[in-house]
Structure formats: C-alpha cells, structure tokens
Design a binder for this molecule. Structure first.
Ligand code: FAD
Length: 547
C-alpha cells in the first residue's frame, strides 16, 4: 500500500503503477502483426496470457527474481561437490508459468517435428509479452525450444527426450532427466579463447564405449541447472556437437563442475556459469566434424528469440513511458500533451510498431519454411539482419524510454532500469553485431539467387514507399562490392529497415509510409523525436501504441 500523505506533504502528480493490465488488448500493433501473420484465431488465448503476465503479481515475481540472484553451491559442508545453483522461488514460478504456456516447446509437436499453423507466431506473441515482464528466465526457455532443431540430427535420442520436453510441466528437481516430468536444455559453445570463432574450441572428446568423455571448459554456459546441454568439442574429425546430461545413464552425477557464476550487468535472474568438464559423459549429435552445422540449427532459433525479446523489452519501455506521460503534468499540461514529448513518444511508437511487424513477419517465415522455399529463403537471409537491427536498437531505445520517466526511470524500484541493463545482451550473445553482418554476407554469397528473389519481393512489397527504391539499389550494389565486408553494417541495416517497411506495409500501410519517410528516405537522426511528424500522426501513433 502506498502512503497517501506525509507529515510535510501529500504525494501528488505521480503516475499510478502500470500493472493489472491485459498486455495483449493494450497493444494494437501486436494484435495486427499477429493477425497479419496467421495468428488471428489465437486472440482469446493471447488475451488470457496478456492478463496473466500483465498482473501485479507477475511484475513482483520479476522484481524478486532479479533482486535475489542465483547462488552457486559448489560443495556441501563436508567438502563433497554439489555443483548446484539455487534460485529464488520467484524465478521458479516464472519458469513454471512460461512452461505452462508452452514457451519452451509449442513450436514442436509431440514427436519434435515443426508444429502446424501459426504456432511460431502465437508463441512469439507470448514470448514478447513475457520479455516485457522478466527476460532472464527466458534464457533456458529459449534454449530448450531451440535444442530440438539440433537434436533432430539424432532421431533416436530425440524420440527418447521428447516425452520430457513436450510436457508443459516445469520440474526443477536435480535428478536424471528420464525420471522428470519436464526438462530444460542449455548450450555450451563459448570458450575463453573464442566465442564468435568457435572453431578455436580446445575442449576434447574421446570415444568411450557407446559415448564420449569430454575434457575442457566453457567460459559462458548459461542456465547451469538445465538437465542437459548441447556442447561443442573437438574429435579427430574436428568440431562436433554433443548431448551432455547432468546425470550419466547409471544415475550418478556427471563430471560437470561449475567454477563460478558471472557477475553480469543485467540478465541477473538467470545464472551464467564458468564450467569445467572433467571427463564428462556425452553422446554425439550429428557426424563428427560437423558440429557447427548441427548446432547452427539451434542457433537460428535462439537468434529469432533474441529479436522477439528485444522487441518485447522495447514495447514494455514504450508502454511505461506513455502511461507515465499521460499522468504526469508539467507546466500545466500532461507530458503526453506537450508537443515535444509527444514527438518523442510517437517516434518511439513507430520504432516499436515496425519492430514487432518485422519480428512477426520473420516468425511467419519460420512457420512456413518447411513447406515454402521462398519463406525458407527469407528466414535464412533475414534472421541475422533482423537480430542485428532489432537487438542493437534496444539499448538506445530503452535509455530514451527511461528518460521519459525522468529520475523515476533511473531508479531500481521501477522496471526501466532493469530493462536498460538487460537490453545489450541480446545483441552480444548468439552472434554479436559484426558476426550477424558477416552471416548475412555469407548467406548472400552461398544463395545468391534465393537472396536476389528475397530482395525482389521486398522491393515489390515496398513499391512507392519513400526511399524504398533507393534502398533496394543501395543494398544490391553494396553487397556486390568487393569490399562488402568493410561496409556490411551499412547494407545490413538498410536491409532490415527495408524488410521492416515491407512488414509494416502489410499491417498498417500509413505507418509504413511514415517509417519509410523517416528511416529509408533519409537517415534517422540519433535521437527519437528529431523527426517532423504531423500532429494527427503523432496522436494516431500514441493511441495505437497504448489506447
Ligand atoms: C550473459 C551471457 C550469457 C551467455 N551464455 C552463453 C551460453 O549459454 N552458451 C554459450 O556458448 N555462450 C554464451 N555466451 C557467450 C556469448 O555467446 C559470446 O560472448 C559471444 O558469442 C561473443 O563471443 P566472445 O565473447 O568470445 O567475443 P569475440 O568472439 O571475441 O568477439 C568480440 C567482438 O568481435 C566481433 N567480431 C568477431 N569476429 C569478427 C570478425 N570476423 N570481424 C569483425 N568483428 C568480429 C564480435 O562481433 C564482437 O563484437 C553468453 C554471453 C553472455 C554475455
């Protein structure tokens, strides 16, 4: 309960808490993007999710899980190894709610095949709303979902795992996965000497009966209480992907030894470990020497989730900023009615609207890819470009959202400080900015014809939008340059902007026009609000973003 008055003053002119809202019903751009990408029939389900995740109780769980960070229990009191990480009950509650909603598995059927219909779009809408409430716990959720794509290389293993992966139960007990009601999976690739360059991995795998023994380390391995990890290690044939469970088949604890947990800028509810494998048991996934090819199936999906989560963080920042500006008065007017603040908020709303339209368009491509080569090409070319643009735009955006709340935005009682600290990580992990740009170049050179037809489709979908024709010519020309790597950021950003304008044209053509005019026809200035939008457009954008 808040105290209404103090001995010296009454508390006036503060915005009420933004909670106990339906996160879906309040978000018209989200509803439009979901509907445009095949998810219209899921409205009631999404609204139920939006109400639950928009509740004050869920916001409180997010706060508690971040203030009470995970603790590594390396040994017991008698000196035996424990290698367990303890989490606050609020973290477990968030995990249980996300699992209950199928965020960790609903894009797969019970056999581990891609689920039918708009499963990816509907899950993405939930993931986006959840990310606006608490993002750290989504790390094991996203890795579990994504691991199925790599496990597909070992159908017998996948068939054994799916009964545990496909349940909607969250089971945090430290026990062998085959005894549990539900399981989570993590991923260990990064070593001290190289994260982007995983070919430099020095961890070794030696054959041992039907399995392997793995010796070495990982420098970042998040969510260490997962039941199993997909791990890269060297064999005589080269880098290979392995399935490493916490317990070996005889039921004893595997030789996975955690050294410490990272002390991170954000993402604090989630544990990220430094770990040694002291001859840890593992089985192979895919052929020896094909580790990158195997695990990249998983990484494509985690990259997709990075973009969804960053869009969700920005949406939450925008909603809090708009809500505050509509209640806070300065100089006899609500902030939201001050023309300069309205320009800032409207321009931010345009960025979020384009981001969610683009992200949902990408999720549609993932949904359709198994049956539609054109959508598969869109997915392969644009996942890296979209991750690059959406994730890298989040820190600057959230800083601006924070400033809309003035000093209240900067303190830890509110959610914006946490969102801001969280926001850089999605750009850094799962392929940092430059690595994403190089990936786009690689996709272009490997599949030049498919890439050309994706660009042609984008050109068709943006025909007539300001700056779109020039952008298409610039992208095609820049990628053909012999020094394309040096200027890749220029072209990849333009490609993402073009794809965003195309996606927005499918959900809200007038806003696609505004987006293209302010982002494609000229370079968007460094600051939000440094644009010339009409008063009607300013009002319209703010109303769509938060009625
Ligand atoms: C909170 C957190 C959790 C993590 N969890 C996990 C996990 O669970 N499992 C896991 O395996 N890893 C995890 N990581 C590691 C993460 O994936 C790596 O940090 C990331 O891939 C970058 O690798 P690196 O740190 O070795 O940096 P580097 O690879 O050294 O890269 C440094 C910089 O150089 C750039 N760069 C790299 N190559 C090129 C090039 N050819 N040209 C131009 N620029 C280039 C990169 O874009 C980057 O900006 C986590 C990281 C963080 C921060």
């Amino acid at each position: 309960m808040t105290q209404a008055s103090f001995a010296t003053h009454e508390v006036l002119n503060q915005s009420p808490p933004f909670c106990d809202v339906d996160l879906f019903a309040l978000d018209r751009p989200l509803a439009d993007a979901v509907a445009a990408n095949g998810g219209a029939s899921a409205q009631a389900e999404l609204s139920e999710f939006g109400k639950h995740w928009g509740s004050a109780a869920m916001a409180e769980r997010g706060r508690l899980a971040n203030e009470n960070t995970p603790k590594l229990r390396t040994f017991d009191s008698r000196g035996n190894r424990r290698d367990e990480v303890e989490f606050h009950p609020a973290y477990h509650e968030l995990m249980a709610r996300s699992a209950h909603a199928g965020l960790h598995n609903s894009t797969w059927d019970a056999q581990g095949k891609p689920a039918a219909g708009a499963a990816g779009v509907v899950r993405a809408a939930k993931f986006y709303m959840a990310a606006g409430v608490e993002t750290g716990h989504l790390c094991p959720i996203t890795m579990t979902r994504a691991s199925v794509a790599a496990l597909a290389a070992e159908p017998d293993l996948l068939a054994k795992l799916m009964p545990a992966i496909s349940t909607r139960a969250y089971d945090p007990t430290f026990a062998p996965w085959w005894t549990k009601r539900g399981m989570t999976l993590g991923m260990g690739m990064t070593e001290k000497q190289g994260g982007a360059d995983v070919r430099s991995n020095v961890t070794r795998a030696m054959r041992d009966g039907n399995g392997y023994r793995i010796t070495g380390h990982k420098w970042f391995m998040s969510a260490p209480m997962c039941d199993a990890f997909l791990v890269l290690a060297q064999t005589d044939e080269g880098l290979t992907c392995f399935f490493m469970p916490r317990f070996v088949p005889d039921g004893s604890v595997n030789a996975i030894q955690f050294l410490r947990l990272k002390d991170k800028l954000g993402n604090r509810s989630n544990a990220s470990s430094e770990v040694e494998f002291a001859g840890a048991y593992a089985t192979r996934i895919g052929d020896e020497g094909r580790g990158i090819r195997t695990i990249i199936q998983m990484v494509q999906l985690t990259r997709q989730d990075c973009a969804i989560a960053s869009a969700g963080l920005m949406r939450s920042g925008l909603a809090h900023a708009l809500h505050h500006a509509r209640h806070r008065s300065v100089f006899q007017k609500h902030l939201a009615d001050q023309p300069l603040m309205a320009s800032v908020l409207a321009d931010m709303a345009l960025h979020v609207e384009a981001s969610i339209a683009l992200v949902m368009r990408l999720c549609h491509a993932f949904d359709r890819a198994p049956d539609d080569p054109a959508e598969a090409a869109y997915m392969r070319l644009l996942t890296a470009a979209i991750k690059y643009w959406v994730c890298k735009s989040a820190p600057g955006f959230l800083y601006e959202a924070m400033e809309c709340l003035g000093g209240n935005g900067y303190v830890e009682e509110g959610i914006l400080a946490r969102h801001f600290r969280e926001s850089p990580v999605n750009a850094i992990w799962e392929g940092s900015g430059n690595v994403m740009c190089l990936d786009v170049l690689r996709a272009l050179s490997r599949e030049a014809d498919a890439a050309a037809s994706v660009l042609q489709r984008l050109a068709g979908q943006t025909g007539g939008l300001p700056g779109a024709g020039e952008a298409v010519a610039f992208i095609a020309g820049t990628f053909r340059r012999p020094d394309s790597e040096r200027v890749a950021r220029l072209a990849v950003e333009k490609l993402a902007l073009l794809a965003a304008a195309a996606a927005l044209n499918g959900t809200s053509p007038h806003h696609a026009e505004l987006f293209a005019a302010t982002r494609l026809a000229g370079n968007h200035p460094g600051m939000y609000g440094a644009v010339d939008l009409s008063s009607d457009d300013v009002r319209g954008l703010m109303e769509r973003a938060l009625p």
